[in-house]
Ligand binder design. Structure first.
Ligand code: ES4
Ligand code: ZN
Length: 326
């Protein structure tokens, strides 16, 4: 109980959060009503009963379907501020959030609308809660590289509104190599680079994201434990992994939390961080993830401090902000 209070009170940094994955069922219904849309579910309870996933794709189908209620700048603002209001209670002090522009562009929502709403939500979070944040534009890997490049060109009119690019969505059969040109273009613009790899996909996707795309952080990366050579490399280079324990459980990457590769990665000296991924879908926000890990592994205070330091160091926060957080 003492450890639980200690973990709840720890100042936290979230580096792996899809803002569309913070869309709670109640907000889905509120936005649908505001936008005059009819949902496939009669009420919140019926929608929630669909939140049982067998793998990544079964989750993504519902995730893309639900986000159709996001149409206006106000919708993106309300979503973003609702996330920050929730994690202020978990003592989150800094967050780097992903958004999926291609998913909204496909419905005719301009990238300027998306970015304006998200940015205003981030500014309000700083004003109300003192939480700092950065936005990362994520390419959908199940779409073409041409689409990624077009999206990046349109987004570059708002270059100052995002700090980097990422790569997400259905991983299997969509290796990092597919996006070499898109990441090279982003690098040219001085953008920071991250990519999802080794969540459902094989460990060699992690190596490819590092070597072919030149990413600075790996999102998930939990399947690195299948290659001892890769684990040594990650530890040597100090490459941060943004691990999402409840996500991995809900998407059946691991059968139980006790089987999660987190302790093996820590043991190998890899810079692991803990994050929530899609908190409205996977049973909880930062503290829920931290406490689920503690229940399974019973870490001591030293490990929790190490995880917290890793997240501050792995962030793209300004050096002065990093010093403040330490
Ligand atoms: C995602 Cl858990 C996960 N994996 C890959 N892409 C995603 N987009 C949103 N959540
Ligand atoms: Zn993710």
């Amino acid at each position: 109980l003492f450890m639980e209070e200690f973990i709840r009170g720890l100042p936290k940094v979230e580096l792996h959060l899809h803002i569309e994955g913070a869309l709670e069922p109640e907000l889905i219904f509120a936005l649908a009503e505001r936008n005059g849309m009819t949902l496939d579910f009669p009420d919140v309870a019926a929608l929630k009963s669909a939140y049982a996933f067998s793998d990544l794709q079964s989750f993504l189908d519902l995730y893309y379907s639900n986000m159709q209620v996001l149409l206006t700048e106000e919708d993106f603002f309300d979503l973003t501020l609702s996330y920050f209001a929730r994690v202020a209670r978990d003592n989150v002090m800094h967050c780097e959030l992903f958004f999926d522009p291609q998913a909204h562009l496909a419905r005719g929502v301009p990238i300027a609308t998306q970015l304006a709403g998200i940015e205003r939500g981030c500014q309000e979070a700083l004003r109300r809660f003192g939480i700092t944040s950065h936005v990362i534009l994520s390419f959908l890997r199940d779409m073409s590289e041409e689409s990624a490049l077009e999206t990046l060109e349109v987004a570059l009119a708002h270059r100052h509104r995002f700090i980097g690019v990422g790569l997400d969505s259905a991983e299997r059969d969509h290796p990092p190599e597919k996006f070499v040109r898109a990441f090279a273009r982003a690098r040219q613009e001085g953008l920071r680079l991250v990519a999802h790899a080794g969540e459902e996909g094989p460990h060699h996707y992690i190596s490819a994201a590092l070597d072919e795309l030149g990413v600075e952080r790996i999102d998930h990366g939990v399947r690195c434990v299948e290659s001892p050579a890769l684990m040594s490399l990650l530890a040597e280079r100090g490459t941060p992994l943004t691990v999402c324990p409840l996500s991995n459980l809900y998407l059946k990457v691991f059968g139980q939390m006790s089987e999660h590769s987190l302790p093996r990665m820590l043991e190998a000296g890899i810079k692991v961080t803990l994050n929530s991924d899609d908190p409205a879908y996977f049973g909880g926000y930062m503290n829920d993830n931290f406490l689920a890990v503690q229940e399974a592994f019973g870490f001591g205070r030293g490990t929790w401090i190490e995880l917290s330091r890793n997240a501050i160091e792995a962030s793209f926060a300004e050096p002065t902000r990093k010093r403040e957080m330490h």
